[in-house]
Design a protein around this ligand. Structure first.
Ligand code: UDP
Ligand code: MG
Length: 141
C-alpha cells in the first residue's frame, strides 16, 4: 500500500550561510524526496517563537529562536513514501556528534544548536508546520 506523505524541512541559517543549500537539496533528491514547494526567507524572532512554541519551557528556547531568525533559511515541503520518518532518518540525531554516518547532520552539522536542518517529527506536526509556512497549501494526497 502506498503511503505518500509530505513533511516540512528547513535548511537552517548555519547551512545557508555556508552555501550548503544545493548540496542538502541534492541529498533529499538522491534519497527519493520530491521538493514540492520551497522558498528562501528570513523570519522574525516572534515567528520563530511561534514555530518552536512546543519548546518554550526548554532552557535553549530563547537562543534557538534568536538563531532561527538570525539569517536566511530555506523552507521546503518534501514528499515521499513515509516522508516524515524517512526525513528524520536522513537528517540524523539532533546532536551531530550522535548522528549516523551518511546523515545530513553528521555531514554538515556543527553543533547541537547549529545542526543544519529541521524536520517535522510526526504527521500531525508536519501538517501544522506546512500550514505555518505555506498557508495556501492544499494537501492533495
Ligand atoms: N536544540 C538545542 N539544544 C538542545 C536541544 C535542541 O539548541 O539541547 C535545538 C536544536 O537546534 C534542535 C532544536 O532545538 O534542532 C529543536 O529540538 P528538538 O529536540 O525538536 O530536535 P530536532 O527535532 O530538531 O531533532
Ligand atoms: Mg523537533
Amino acid at each position: 500500500m502506498s503511503n505518500i506523505e509530505q513533511t516540512l524541512s528547513i535548511i537552517k541559517p548555519d547551512a545557508v550561510e555556508r552555501n550548503l543549500e544545493n548540496e542538502i537539496k541534492e541529498m533529499f533528491k538522491i534519497n527519493g524526496f520530491t521538493i514540492l514547494k520551497e522558498k528562501k526567507i528570513q523570519i522574525e524572532k516572534s515567528e520563530a517563537e511561534k514555530f518552536y512554541k512546543v519548546h518554550e519551557t526548554k532552557p535553549f528556547y530563547n537562543d534557538l529562536c534568536t538563531y532561527l531568525s538570525s539569517g536566511p533559511i530555506v523552507v521546503m515541503i518534501l514528499q515521499k513514501e513515509n516522508a516524515v520518518k524517512r526525513n528524520r532518518e536522513l537528517m540524523g540525531a539532533t546532536n551531530p556528534k550522535d548522528a549516523d554516518e551518511g546523515t545530513i547532520r553528521k555531514k554538515y552539522g556543527i553543533s547541537i544548536d547549529k545542526n543544519s536542518v529541521h524536520g517535522s517529527d510526526s504527521i500531525d506536526n508536519a501538517k501544522i508546520e506546512i500550514d505555518f509556512f505555506f498557508k495556501d497549501w492544499k494537501f492533495l494526497i
